[in-house]
Structures are given as C-alpha cells and as structure tokens.
Design a protein around this ligand. Structure first.
Ligand code: CS2
Ligand code: MG
Length: 415
C-alpha cells in the first residue's frame, strides 16, 4: 500500500462511526460515553454529574453526538474547541461534563491507536505512583479517631477526617457505610440542618484528638464543604494551625474568588478549592493571586484532559499543585484517567480516592491499583478502564439528588 493510500486508510480508520451514552446504577448512578471508530477502536469517557446525570446524557445525545459522528477522532483539540466555542452558551457543569466525556474518550482512543498507556501520550511519568487520600469519618470525635487509625492501618499516608457535629443530626461527609460515602440519598433533595457555630467550636477539638492519635507523619485533610463565610473560614484555618493540616477544602463558596484573600490574610493553613469548578475562568484569580495552594478541578467536570492540562499549567506558574476531586460519584473511568494524568502532571499534589463499591468495580473493569497509600496505573494502552455494558444493564438508572441545607431559622444554606 503506498503512502497516499496508507494515509487515506488511516484517516478512514480514525472516522468516528458511533457514540452512545450509557446510564447505569451499580450502587449509584454513572453516565458513560462510548465512542467507536471505523477502525474498531473504542474509547470511554465519564459524564457523571451527581444529581444531574440525565441533563448531561441529554446534552450529549441531543446536542453533541449528532455533530460528532463522522469527525476524525485524532482531532482532539479541534473537537474540544468546536463543542466549547460552538455551543455559544459556554461553560457550566452540564456542558463541560459532556465535553469532558468526549475529550476523555478521544484521548483513550488516541492512546490505544498509539499502543501506549495514556500517561506516555501526555509526556511520560513524573512519578512512579500517585499519593492518594482516603475518607475517614465518624459520628463523633472518638469514632472519627478510630476510623482515621483504621485508614492508617490500611496503608493510607493521607487521610481526610469528617465527623458528626454535637447538636446536629447529620453532618456532611459522615457515611452510613464504612467504606463508601454517597450523599445523593433520595429522589427529591433531603433537608439537613446546619449550625456553623457548633461546627467551628467542635472541629479544632476533633483535630487535636485526631493529631494526638495518628502522630505527626500522616497528612490530615478536612472539607469545609462551602459552609463558612470568609471570616468564619479564617477563624477555622487559624484554629487548625497547631494540627498541621495538609489542606482545608472548600472553606467558603468560591463564586467570589476574592473572598479567599480574607482567609489568606489570617491563616497559614493550606487552602484547596475547585471540585465544583468547570473551567479555568472559575479559578483564574484564585491562582494568579495565589489565594489557594491546591486546585481540585477534575477530568470529568472541567472539560476533560484537554482543559485540565491548561488549568494545571496555569497553576504551576504560581506553585499551586493539583489535588483532584475523586469522590465515589466520579466513575472509575474518571479515576483511571485521573491516575494517568496525575502520573504525568509536573505540579501534582494529591489525588482524592474515595473508593467504589464492588458492584461498581465489576461494571467498570479497570487496571489501576492501590498500594501503601498510592495509586499505580498499569501499562495497558489507553486509560485502562472499560464498561461491561451487559452487566451495567442489570443496574438501571435510579433518580437521586443531593441534599440541601438550612440554618435553624430556615434560611437556605450551602450543603
Ligand atoms: C466531597 C464530595 O469528595 C469531596 O470532597 O466534596 O463528597 C461531594 O460532596 C460529592 O462529590 C458531591 O456529589
Ligand atoms: Mg469536597
């Protein structure tokens, strides 16, 4: 076959011939995009947006996939620009999760066509394994200390501690299950009561106990989950300084990026934010003004690898490291891709790893593995995760939404 006919056959092979959206619910809902090429190569992308799964599925099925069919799967950048600029209505979690799923599946295909693991295609290893943190949580301080010690026993070198708060029936991050945390707990949003004052008075006492029990080596993290005002967050950050946290996450709602300046002025506790961000514009001022230490944007919610690379590169200019979100409600496809990304990205910080249930792991065969507090990606071409569609069919979509929070006087608050 001469060069021209070779070129046209490889172009033919790269033609996207089909793309389908799978929605399944092995213990929780996941949305997966499967793209196939003329040459028979298949790529997978996570499109899961907790509580809004069908919105992303429809955005893909009704608005993106019709224009995707027939394109050259190798044109990853141009396809990203086409769906971002071409939407006219740019950004937002639904739009960017849909674009992310396409982007991730195309990177998976490109790596498979190049017969290399995804991290190689990105630029090779910057580290052999990826430090992760697990989620210890308890109903009260002593239960949380026990759980932190259990996670240390399991080999975690970094552990997030969340606890019930005295006087409150439920608190963010406290799971009914010992290993998995699923906040989307009902068809319509459940209502949770919140009391910041009780929380602010309790958390320093919690971390004094946890740090005493776990020693100085283990990295400790805490998620404020958007619930404090900037001044309250500054108070908490300051009161946690003696316990040497790795980070305080989502200390205050970040639509107003400037709010973090007030927190920064009062505390040296490292700050992390970004799991609900979906574009570089959500974090540009935070990064350029060095108001944070870790950026938590993810493959699935921030436009895929193509966009996350841009965010990580901007962060690197300001010595800010990545700390991507990795809750149970991001599928194994996102986790597998994230581990390849984390293996490559020069300014890596840490990866959240909130584990998936056995049923989820069976539906999403994968090759990444956990070893003494780190995740290791394998050498399989692509991101190393697939979807067993036959098995997935046994777990139909189960409509669930995230809770809402109210203050004692009924005021709507940040969950
Ligand atoms: C949390 C998540 O993992 C985290 O840091 O903020 O559990 C978050 O509440 C869920 O992903 C929401 O679906
Ligand atoms: Mg969080």
């Amino acid at each position: 076959m001469n060069a021209t006919s070779q070129a046209s056959s490889s172009m033919r092979d790269r033609k996207i011939t089909s793309a389908r959206v799978n929605v399944c619910s092995p213990n929780r809902n996941f949305v997966t995009l499967i793209i196939e090429t003329e040459g028979g190569v298949v790529g997978y992308g996570d499109a899961t947006l907790n509580g809004r799964e069908l919105a992303v599925a429809s955005y893909l099925n009704d608005h993106l996939i019709p224009a995707l069919i027939g394109k050259d799967c190798g044109q990853i950048e141009d396809i990203w620009q086409y769906f971002y600029k071409g939407a006219y209505w740019r950004r937002g979690p639904v739009t960017m999760s849909a674009i992310a799923a396409i982007d991730t599946a195309l990177w998976d295909i490109k790596a498979k066509m190049a017969n290399m693991p995804l991290y190689q295609l990105l630029g090779g290893k910057s580290r052999d394994s990826v430090l992760v943190y697990g989620h210890a949580n308890g109903t009260d301080a002593s239960h949380t200390v026990e759980e932190v010690l259990r996670y240390k026993e399991m080999g975690y070198q970094a552990i997030r501690a969340q606890s019930g708060v005295p006087g409150l029936d439920v608190a963010y991050g406290v799971s009914k299950d010992k290993m998995y945390y699923e906040p989307a707990d009902s068809h319509l949003p459940s209502e949770q009561l919140w009391d910041t004052r009780a929380y602010l008075n309790f958390i320093p006492k919690l971390f004094e106990k946890v740090r005493d029990a776990v020693g100085t080596e283990t990295a400790l993290l805490h998620d404020g989950h958007h619930r404090m005002t900037p001044q309250e967050a500054a108070r908490l950050g300051k009161s946690l300084e003696p316990f040497d946290l790795f980070w305080l996450e989502d200390a205050t709602p970040a639509e107003n990026q400037e709010a973090f300046r007030l927190i920064r002025q009062h505390t040296t506790t490292p700050l992390a934010v970004g799991e609900i961000f979906n574009s570089i514009h959500d974090c540009r001022e935070l990064i350029q003004n060095q108001l944070i230490d870790f950026i938590r944007t993810t493959i699935v919610h921030a436009g895929g690898i193509t966009h996350l690379r841009r965010i990580a590169d901007l962060a690197a200019l300001y010595q800010i490291r990545t700390g991507s979100h990795g809750a149970t409600d991001l599928s194994p496809v996102c986790m597998g891709t994230a581990i390849h990304f984390d293996t490559w990205v020069p300014n890596f910080g840490i990866q959240e790893y909130m584990r998936h249930t056995e049923a989820t792991d069976e539906v999403f065969p994968h090759d990444y593995k956990f070893e003494s507090g780190h995740m290791i990606c394998a050498e399989t071409p692509g991101h190393g995760v697939t979807l067993d569609e036959k098995l997935a069919a046994k777990y139909p979509y189960d409509p669930r939404q995230l809770p809402i929070a109210r203050l004692k006087d009924g005021t709507m608050w940040n969950w």
